[in-house]
Ligand binder design. Sequence first.
Ligand code: TXA
Ligand code: MG
Length: 316
Amino acid sequence: MTNTPMQILAPDAAGLTTAAGILRAGGLVAFGTETVYGLGADARNDTAVAGIYAAKGRPSFNPLIVHLSDLATAEQYCVFNDDARALAAAFWPGAMTLVLPLRQGAGISKLVTAGLDTLAIRVPDHKVARDFLEKFDGPVAAPSANPSGRISPTNADHVIAGLGDKIDAVIDGGPCGVGVESTIVSCVGKPAILRAGGIPAEAISACLGHPIAVPDDPDMPQSPGQLASHYAPKGQVRLNAQQIDPGETLLGFGAVDATLNLSPSGDLTEAAAHLFDCLHQLDAMGATRIAVSPIPDHGLGRAINDRLKRAAAPRD
Ligand code: TXA
Ligand code: MG
């Protein structure tokens, strides 16, 4: 975020123009949707997206939902199949998030997808959210606008109480009508509900014409951050490396002589913004053994270390 105090913006033309300008400048804007308030950033801007994680104090990089103004725009970012089109036609705009194959070259920050090759997208059904998305005219990554581990906000006061000193602005769109998060449906392969939410499974099954798979425990969302399929580099990863052993490629942090450096100046936000891109680059260069410099375990460093620990864990 910038250094100016948080602005509370009215959902009128002037407020939305200001809000869109803040996003374009890489800032963070919370906005009301019909489900819960989202904390928005330009989904193409690595540093802005890293700012979301920093503001929320998220201890891990869970991928984020990208909010778009309509289906035609959504097709620029994801590859739709027949099921996905049927669900979008029935439930968008609305409280449904679709997980679909990411279109290569669409320009979405790897920090949004946490390095996955799928993307979660949603067209919200809330006038202010839609006006804001149209004004910004780009993809907006937005998790719920609460500090990590706290309750999702359903009005602007909740956002201000939780994140007021960490974000640039909130657009006051009034209370959220639905009040629970969107239902997340994966249409990668056979459709499946990943997270129960504002649209019930029955309605989705009726639309598809067959029962849809639901999570075993509706209170335990299938977080891709926990799944084995979650992105890990092909090479073996060694953490807290103080020196480079023969055959290793160093992923550095701070003032070290490294093949790739997450942040030469030791800035954790910059490091988070570069993390997934660096892991992909290590794959591209064929690194088989990756040493990683020590990264301080506070602020965004916790999320970076969480991701790297998963990458370093023994694999099947
Ligand atoms: O209603 C909502 O969905 C709200 C509003 C702001 O749109 N957003 C929201 O975001 O609840 P968040 O970050 O709190 O939850 C996003 C969920 C996480 O459980 C994440 O694991 C899942 O979406 N997700 C994101 N990308 C995914 C992907 N590519 N594959 C599977 N799950 C994904
Ligand atoms: Mg949330």
